[in-house]
Design a protein around this ligand. Sequence first.
Ligand code: TPP
Ligand code: MG
Length: 138
Amino acid sequence: MGCRDKTVINIAGDGCFRMNMNEIATATRYNIPIVQVIINNHVLGMVRQWQTLFYGKRYSQTILNDSVDFVKLSEAMGAKAYKVTQKEELEPVLREAVSLNIPVVIECQISCDEKVFPMVSPGAPIADAFDDTDLKIN
Ligand SMILES: Cc1ncc(C[n+]2csc(CCOP(=O)(O)OP(=O)(O)O)c2C)c(N)n1
Ligand SMILES: [Mg+2]
C-alpha cells in the first residue's frame, strides 16, 4: 500500500502463507497489485531441517502434506494464480504476473528435502554457522 509506484513481490513459505493468506482478499478488495510467491515444500521446512539434521529425523508437527490447493484458494479470493512445478517455468510466469498489475499468487512446488544454508547448530555461536559443503547429506 505504501509503494504503489513500485513492483512489490512477497516471497513466503507455505506455512507462513497459511498464517496470513486472507490478506489476498484484502489485496483484491483494494486492487493492490502485489505478487505473492509461495515456496511450497508441504512442510514447516526450517523446523523440519533441524529435526532432520539434529534430531534423528524424528519429525514432529512439521509435515503438513495435505491437499490444500493454493491456486484454487487464491482464485477463490479473487486473485489470478499460477502453479509452477519446474524451475524454468518461473521466469515467464513471474514476468507475466508483474505485467498484469493485479494481485497475483504464484505457487512454486519444491521438494520437502531442499535445505536452507547457512545454519547454526542448537546452542552454537553464529561464528560456527555451516553449510551443505560441511555436511554429508542426501
Ligand atoms: C508466528 C510464528 N509461529 C512459529 C514460528 C516458528 N517458525 C519459524 S520458520 C517456521 C516454518 C515455516 O514454514 P514455511 O513457511 O512452510 O517455510 P519453509 O521453512 O518450509 O520454507 C516456523 C513454524 C514463527 N517464526 N512465527
Ligand atoms: Mg514450507
